[in-house]
Each structure stands twice: as structure tokens, then as C-alpha cells.
Design a protein around this ligand. Structure first.
Ligand SMILES: *Cc1c(COP(=O)(O)O)cnc(C)c1O
Ligand SMILES: [Zn+2]
Length: 430
């Protein structure tokens, strides 16, 4: 149905469809790869595991493949490539960020620029895989609960797949994000409540209507898309992994998926068994994972009313929070929060030094990295990759009041000359 063009390279001897099972993250019980999403014994999440021994994926084999995440199809949970719904998510630029590195005190810093995905956030990655899987399961409609970016990603991929789409968002979601989802033809339901409340409603809808809700019943497949960031970072660094990656945390799924991604590259022999520290970043106004990390606790205390500019990260009760804490600890990384003013400063710094305009949830990694360097937790000679996950054009209001307004002049050279000497300018307002 979809994506025929993309799969020309899938030829004889290719090893796609090597899913072994869904495996419980707690007890290890395995299930066939169906629409099940939690362990029947311990309710823990299920992860897709593959027959890694049978997967033949080499650096050479990747040459000439599509410049999207579907280049790693052997490690994606789709049995029939014709189901792939491909809007072009993935294989985003990995920038050598020398100027930002200099500002932060890191010699070798890279920015993984996921602001340039088809709907302008990394959410296109998991969504592309989830909607493909929904087609493979033959589901009649799809949907999600969203803090905003997922709404746009699911709506766009549903449109491409020709599936009806229902998204449930908190009523205070940024206008640009709901406008975007609406344009793709989805039905948007704005719930008077928090993300966690929207999420609970979505779970009931998924159960009741039997639709594919990407963050519930197709979640094990959904999260697989996010690990492709780890694959790309390693491929773009010529299979020499970085020392340290900094990843934003909302539900914690992105961070956990990247941990899995690095491990899978080791399992199929694409990278050596070297240490890669994974650090997580949250806004101070919603940092349950950071609190649990700092308290050395095995319990992530939910935040009832998140309060932050980084709305994409305003998940008070993060589903993968505890696993994120464990992964961070296990890899020797850190969990670090940053205040809203620090996040605004980071948006500006990233834009001014590297020409990359991020939304608050993306720049939180830059703000957290600054703190990590100041605390001596990231050394200047570490090779660091900072994930920047969402586009600044999605959230102009977050930064409008912190930027100078254009200086208005009459169209004359003397007026221009007078104007460029202007020191004080009025900020934008709305
Ligand atoms: C959703 C989102 C995140 C957080 O991802 P989780 O998987 O929820 O931890 C980070 N950045 C942006 C831009 C997002 O939209
Ligand atoms: Zn279990």
C-alpha cells in the first residue's frame, strides 16, 4: 500500500521481520508480537526483541538506502515493508557544534537536529513505525494522547496511511501544535485537564473502541522508532559511538529507546562494546525523574500539576520514568533539570551559535548540559551529542517576550544608520 519506492533495496538475503517476541521488561516473560502492551503477570511494559543472531546488517549494506529511519528496517518491527508509512522521518543532520561547544566548554560537541523531521519533532520517528504497524494489524482508526507534538506526527502519518485519526490533548496545548494536527485532518479533542488526565481518557477510548492508540496498544512498536536516533548518531560518527548523549525526558520512552538502540548496535556487531553515558534532561517545573535520580530512589514520585514552558515535557507521571532513572544510572550518566529562564537562554544560545531554532523541550538538553559541565559531570574532552528534539516554530510564544522586536524606520539610509546604533529595543508581545 505505502512506500513501494522505498523498498527497492530490500532484496534477497535481507533479514527483515526477525521479531522474536515481546518481552516483559521486569520478569522477562515473552509474548507473541500481537497488540498486547503490558505483562499479564507484572503489568510492566513489553519490549520488542529480535533474533539478533540472524540479523545481517552491515555498514556497507546501508550505503544507498533511503535517507530515512527505514534504512534500518532489519531492526524495525515490521514484517512486510509495503506497510511502511514513510513521510521521511529520520536521518536528520548531526552537526558538529563548534560554536556552541566553545560556549559550553566542550571540545567535541554534536547536535542531533531532530527539529527538521516531517512534522518538526522527533515524534515522527516512533509514529512512522506505529502507524505502519497499525496498517499491518489492519486497524480501522488510530489516535493518541499528546502534549502536542505527537498529535501532529500521528495526524500526518494517519493522513498518509489513509486512516481516521483522533487525538486527545490538554486544553492548554500550544495553538500551533493543534492547528498543525488539525490541518492534517485529525479530530482534535481538547480535554480540560492535565496531560495525565488526557492520557487516562485515551486509554479508555483505545480499550472501548479497539483503535490503535500509539501510546497504548501499539506502544511496544511505537517506541521502536525512537531508537533510530541512536543508530543514526553512531552511523553519522562512522560507527565510533560518542562518550555521552544528553536526551530530554517526558515519559522517558525516548531515553529508554535510545539505550535499547545502542545495545542493539552492539548485539549486531555494528559498534564495539564501549561505554556510552546517557544523561536525561527535564525542566525544573516537571522533573520527577531528576528528583528520583538525586534521591537515589527506586520510586518516581508523580507531579500533580507540572508547571513549565517546556509543555512537551509536562508529563507528571512518566510511564517510563523509573526505567529512565535505571538506564541513566546503569550507563554512568546524570539526570539534570533546568529552569524555564535557563531553557529560554538555551534556545537563544543554540539559535545564535548554531543556527538551530528549538522549542523549549529541545533546548532543555542544552541548558542541562551547561549545568553538567559547570558541575564537572561532563568533562571538556568528552565527545558529547545533544539531542534537540522539536522545532522552535511550534512554540513562538515561549520566546516572543525575550526577543527584540524589529526596529521600525522610514525607508531612508540616515534612518537605517540611526537605527543600527539603537541599543534598547522593545520586545515582542502578543
Ligand atoms: C515528547 C517529546 C519529548 C519527550 O519524549 P518522551 O518519550 O516522552 O520522554 C522530548 N522532546 C520533544 C520535542 C517531544 O515532543
Ligand atoms: Zn512481567
Amino acid at each position: 500500500m505505502q512506500g513501494g519506492v522505498v523498498y527497492n533495496y530490500v532484496m534477497e538475503g535481507s533479514t527483515i521481520g526477525q521479531i522474536k517476541a515481546l518481552r516483559c521488561r521486569e520478569c522477562g516473560r515473552e509474548y507473541p508480537a500481537t497488540l498486547i502492551y503490558a505483562c499479564e503477570d507484572c503489568f510492566a511494559p513489553l519490549d520488542v526483541v529480535y533474533e539478533y543472531d540472524r540479523i545481517a546488517l552491515t555498514a556497507d549494506a546501508l550505503t544507498g538506502r533511503p535517507k530515512t529511519l527505514w534504512r534500518y528496517i532489519e531492526l524495525l518491527p515490521i514484517a512486510d515493508p509495503s506497510h511502511a508509512v514513510d513521510l521521511g522521518a529520520g536521518l536528520t543532520p548531526l552537526h558538529r557544534a563548534s560554536r556552541l561547544g566553545e560556549a559550553l566548554g566542550i571540545d567535541e560537541l554534536f547536535v542531533k537536529n531532530d527539529t527538521v523531521n516531517p512534522t518538526f519533532s522527533f515524534k515522527d520517528r516512533p509514529t512512522s513505525v506505529a502507524i505502519s504497524k497499525a496498517l499491518e494489524f489492519g486497524l480501522s482508526a488510530v489516535g493518541c494522547a499528546s502534549t502536542g507534538n505527537l498529535a501532529a506526527a500521528v495526524s500526518a502519518h494517519a493522513a498518509k496511511a489513509g486512516l481516521p485519526c483522533y487525538v486527545i490533548v490538554p486544553a492548554d496545548t500550544e495553538l500551533n501544535k493543534t492547528v498543525q494536527a488539525s490541518a492534517y485532518g485529525a479530530t482534535i479533542i481538547a480535554v480540560q485537564g492535565t496531560y495525565d488526565e488526557a492520557n487516562r481518557l485515551a486509554m479508555q477510548v483505545a480499550d472501548d473502541y479497539g483503535w490503535g492508540f500509539v501510546n497504548f496498544n501499539i506502544r511496544p512498536y511505537y517506541v521502536e522508532g525512537s531508537k533510530t536516533l541512536a543508530y543514526e548518531v553512531c552511523e553519522q560518527l562512522n560507527w565510533t559511538p560518542p562518550d555521552h548523549v544528553v536526551i530530554p525526558i517526558g515519559s522517558g520512552a525516548l531515553l529508554c529507546a535510545n539505550y535499547k538502540g545502542f545495545n542493539e548496535l552492539r548485539a549486531v556487531g555494528l559498534i564495539d562494546d564501549v561505554e556510552i553515558k546517557i544523561s536525561g534532561a527535564q525542566p525544573v517545573g516537571c522533573s520527577p525523574v531528576v528528583s528520583a535520580f538525586n534521591a537515589e530512589s527506586e520510586f518516581v514520585e508523580p507531579i500533580e500539576y507540572p508547571d513549565t514552558l517546556a509543555k512537551s515535557l509536562a508529563i507528571g507521571d512518566p510511564g517510563d520514568g523509573l526505567y529512565a532513572v535505571r538506564r541513566i544510572r546503569e550507563t554512568g550518566g546524570y539526570a539534570q533539570s533546568a529552569t524555564d529562564p535557563e531553557i529560554v537562554a538555551a534556545i537563544k544560545l543554540l539559535a545564535k551559535t548554531e543556527g538551530i531554532f528549538s522549542e523549549p523541550a529541545g533546548a532543555v538538553t542544552v541548558a542541562a548540559l551547561k549545568r553538567l559541565v559547570e558541575r564537572g559531570e561532563v568533562a571538556s574532552d568528552e565527545r558529547v551529542v545533544c539531542y534537540v528534539t522539536g522545532n522552535g516554530l511550534k512554540t513562538p510564544d515561549a520566546i516572543l517576550g525575550h526577543l527584540p522586536r524589529p526596529v521600525e524606520i522610514e525607508p531612508r539610509l540616515d534612518a537605517f544608520t540611526a537605527a543600527i546604533g539603537v541599543k534598547e529595543v522593545t520586545p515582542w508581545s502578543r
